[in-house]
Design a protein around this ligand. Structure first.
Ligand code: AMP
Ligand code: FE
Ligand code: FE
Ligand code: ZN
Length: 281
C-alpha cells in the first residue's frame, strides 16, 4: 500500500487541477492520496469524482496556515467537516488576508519589475488560495526569473524587501477548531528550517496536549537527523508519524509518493476523523 498524505492542486499553489492530481497519483502507483491545499477545501468535490474514476482512495484534507508567537506553522487537517463554522471562519479570514498581502507585495515588486496584479491573476485558479508561488509563476511567464525556485531564492524570499507576512491564526486555536470539526490535526514539516524559523520541541508538546494527533516525520525538507528526532518525539508524545511528498505539480521538485505513510498509521488516522468521509474507489 502506497499512501501519500500531503499534495496540492490548483485550488491553492499546485500546478495541476484536483482531478489531474488524482490521475497523476494513480499513475504514480499510489493507493491512497490526501488532497491538502493551503487554507481551502475547494478541491475536494472534483478530487472525489476523479479519485473514484482513477481507482485511488482520497483522504480529504487541508494545510492550514497558523503561527505560534510569530513563527509560521502549517497544520494538516484530515477528514474535518468543511462546513464547520469556526474552522470556516479562520480559513476565510486567512484567504482574504493572503489576497491583500499578495496585492501589496506585487505593488512593491511592480516598482522595480515589469509586473502587475493582472499578470499574477492569470496564474491563480478560480477560488484558489493565493500565495507567493502564483507571483513566482507570473514572473517566470514574463521572463523575470527562470523558475519558482529562483523567485523564492530572490524576490519572494522571507527576508526579501518585498516580503510581507499574512494573517495566520494561533496553532492551538486551529488544532481545537480541527478537533471540533471532527478532523485530525498533523503538523506539516515541523523541522523545515530552510523556509524560516521552526518551533521548539516544547511547542509541539503543547500542541499535542491541545489535541494534535500526528507529526509529519518523513518529508524532503527534513534531513536524516530531523527524521530520527521527530520519530522519537512522536513516540514519546503518542503522535502518529506520517510521511508525504508535499507534491505541487511542476511547481516544485517533490515527486508523488517520494515519502509515504504506513498503513497502520493511516488506519489510526481514519479512525479518529469523523467530520468527512474517505472516498474509496
Ligand atoms: P506563501 O504561502 O504565499 O507564504 O508561500 C509559501 C508556499 O510557497 C509554500 O506553501 C510552498 O509550497 C511554496 N514554496 C516555498 N519555497 C518554494 C520554492 N523554492 N519553490 C517553489 N515553491 C516554493
Ligand atoms: Fe505550497
Ligand atoms: Fe507547508
Ligand atoms: Zn504543503
Amino acid at each position: 500500500m502506497a499512501i501519500d498524505l500531503h499534495v496540492h492542486s490548483t485550488a491553492s499553489d499546485g500546478t495541476e487541477p484536483p482531478a489531474g492530481v488524482m490521475r497523476a497519483a494513480a499513475a504514480a502507483g499510489l493507493d491512497v492520496v490526501a488532497l491538502t491545499d493551503h487554507d481551502t477545501t475547494a478541491g475536494w468535490a472534483e478530487a472525489g469524482v476523479a479519485a473514484r474514476e482513477a481507482g485511488v482512495t482520497l483522504v480529504p484534507g487541508a494545510e492550514i496556515s497558523c503561527q505560534v508567537h510569530g513563527i509560521g506553522v502549517h497544520m494538516l487537517s484530515y477528514l474535518h467537516d468543511p462546513a464547520h463554522p469556526a474552522l470556516l471562519a479562520e480559513l476565510s479570514r486567512t484567504r482574504h488576508d493572503r489576497l491583500d498581502r499578495a496585492r501589496r507585495m506585487v505593488r512593491q515588486i511592480g516598482h522595480d519589475y515589469d509586473l502587475s496584479w493582472e499578470h499574477v491573476l492569470e496564474h491563480v485558479g478560480d477560488d484558489a488560495t493565493v500565495g507567493r508561488p502564483h507571483i513566482a509563476d507570473a514572473m517566470v511567464a514574463r521572463g523575470l526569473v527562470a523558475s519558482r525556485d529562483e523567485a523564492f531564492a530572490t524576490v519572494l524570499h522571507n527576508r526579501s524587501r518585498y516580503y510581507r507576512p499574512h494573517h495566520a491564526p494561533d496553532a492551538a486555536v486551529v488544532v481545537r477548531a480541527i478537533r471540533a470539526a471532527g478532523g485530525v490535526a498533523v503538523m506539516a514539516h515541523p523541522r523545515a528550517g530552510r523556509r524560516g524559523r521552526v518551533v521548539a520541541d516544547a511547542v509541539i508538546a503543547d500542541l499535542a496536549a491541545a489535541g494534535m494527533a500526528g507529526l509529519e516525520v518523513d518529508h524532503r525538507d527534513h534531513d536524516a537527523g530531523d527524521r530520527v528526532a521527530l520519530r522519537a518525539m512522536a513516540g514519546e508524545l503518542g503522535l502518529l508519524p506520517t510521511g508525504s511528498s508535499d507534491y505541487h505539480g511542476t511547481g516544485k521538485l517533490n515527486e508523488l509518493g517520494e515519502f509515504t505513510t504506513a498503513p497502520e498509521v493511516l488506519e489510526a488516522l481514519v479512525a479518529l476523523g469523523t467530520g468527512a468521509e474517505v472516498v474509496r474507489p
